[in-house]
Structures are given as structure tokens and as C-alpha cells.
Design a protein around this ligand. Structure first.
Ligand SMILES: [Zn+2]
Length: 134
């Protein structure tokens, strides 16, 4: 599959969005699809069982460890055990796509260029590096 640029995707969304053209509709659909993404991850855990949550306090509380930013990835846990099965991966992929669709629709309605959003956020990540821990 070729890499689709975000500008082309934004135009495609603009052409396809016949219903939910109101900002309020797009905002609510964007939020709804975000919830569905979260729900599909939860179903992978609670219904399929291909992944599990193993959560506990992150072990980087001491100031000594805070200073060693480079060691944070090794010290922290994702709280996820296992890998998504193909079915769950496909489902989550589809739900993320719907969420991206409404994010693009929101950008269209507000005249925000998604490529510009991506570029700016990438530059912020490059500038702040590992200190971008928000
Ligand atoms: Zn699964």
C-alpha cells in the first residue's frame, strides 16, 4: 500500500462527508469514534483476552531516577501483556480509521491543515525530545 498523504485524505473526507457536516455533529462523531476505539481495546482485553492489563505504580518516583531520563523507557511499564490477535488488530485498525476520518472532518470545518498539525507536532517532539512527557 502506498503512503497516502494527509492532504489527499482530508480532501477525500471532505468529498465523502455528506451527513454530519455541522461542526456539532462532527465534534460528537469524533468523540464517539474515540470512545469506540477505547471500547475495542477494552474488548480485546475482556472478551477476546489476547491482551491483558497488568497495571501498577510506575517505578520512577525517586529524584535520583528522575535525573536519568535515558533510563525511563527501561524502568516504565506499558501495563500491557500479550499481542493483539489478528481479529482485534483489524477491528481496532478500523475504529482508528473512523476516528481519523472525523478528525480530518473537524480539520476541514475549521480550515486546519492536518499535514501542518503533523509537521508542527513532529517538530515539537524533535525539539523537546524526551522532555516532552505530557
Ligand atoms: Zn484478540
Amino acid at each position: 500500500m502506498s503512503l497516502l498523504d494527509l492532504k489527499t485524505f482530508q480532501s477525500q473526507v471532505s468529498e465523502l462527508l455528506l451527513r454530519h457536516r455541522s461542526l456539532l455533529d462532527v465534534l460528537s462523531k469524533y468523540q464517539q469514534t474515540n470512545s469506540t476505539v477505547n471500547r475495542s481495546v477494552i474488548k480485546a482485553i475482556t472478551e477476546c483476552g489476547c491482551i491483558e492489563v497488568d497495571a501498577k505504580k510506575q517505578p520512577y518516583a525517586s529524584s535520583e531516577q528522575d535525573a536519568a531520563v535515558d533510563s525511563v523507557p527501561e524502568l516504565t511499564h506499558t501495563h500491557v501483556n500479550g499481542l493483539l490477535c489478528e481479529t482485534c488488530r483489524d477491528f481496532i485498525n478500523a475504529e482508528l480509521g473512523k476516528n481519523l476520518f472525523y478528525m480530518s472532518a473537524l480539520c476541514n470545518l475549521l480550515s486546519v491543515d492536518l499535514n501542518e498539525v503533523l509537521d508542527k507536532e513532529s517538530r515539537t517532539c524533535s525539539t523537546l525530545g524526551k522532555f516532552n512527557l505530557s
